[in-house]
Write a protein that binds this ligand. Structure first.
Ligand code: PNS
Length: 160
């Protein structure tokens, strides 16, 4: 069975990677789908976000990464994926995720949303928090994959 793991991934964190690794053991194929999301102004552009995910998931032979500009359920139909995987960190994630799952079911009842709880050591972690900590000189080397750490440091060095 093929699953889609969607998100903004600005950038991918070890919390996301943990969900991808666990999903890759459950499903025959996992497509990491990076949303264009025009309402957000990402720190990393689409090519960088996709490249960081590809580099971080190189060890997973059944994982692929794609960018998508449209509706998630349309991508699922186009790729023949029956499942949307979402990670839940805390109860605070639930309301928004529940709303999206209900809307996606209304848009395409053939696609099922499956929630996976985040590993406890990453339950407090978000992409925005990781970016903020590194900008303020904190250490996030155990919170993001190595390709992300490298790019964050390069980017901050270039910005002075
Ligand atoms: O990492 P995020 O920002 O929480 O991910 C949100 C995402 C990308 C999963 C969501 O915004 C999404 O699915 N966008 C694609 C557009 C879409 O299908 N919208 C309707 C969903 S109810």
């Amino acid at each position: 069975m093929k699953a889609i793991y969607p998100g903004t991934f600005d950038p991918i964190t070890n919390g996301h990677l943990d969900v991808i690794e666990r999903a890759a053991r459950l499903f025959t194929e996992v497509i990491v789908a990076v949303a264009v999301n025009p309402e957000k102004h990402p720190f990393f552009d689409m090519d960088e976000r996709v490249a960081m995910i590809r580099e971080s998931t190189e060890h997973l032979s059944n994982v692929e990464t794609v960018a998508f500009p449209g509706l998630l359920v349309d991508l699922a139909a186009q790729l023949g994926a029956q499942v949307i995987v979402k990670g839940l960190r805390a109860v605070s994630d639930f309301e928004y995720e529940f709303q999206m799952a209900q809307m996606n079911r209304k848009l395409n009842p053939g696609v099922e949303t499956v929630f996976m709880t985040t590993a406890s050591q990453y339950s407090f972690l978000s992409s925005s928090m990781a970016k903020q900590i590194v900008k303020l000189g904190g250490d996030i080397s155990d919170l993001v994959p190595a390709p992300v750490l490298r790019r964050l440091r390069e980017r901050l060095a270039s910005e002075g």
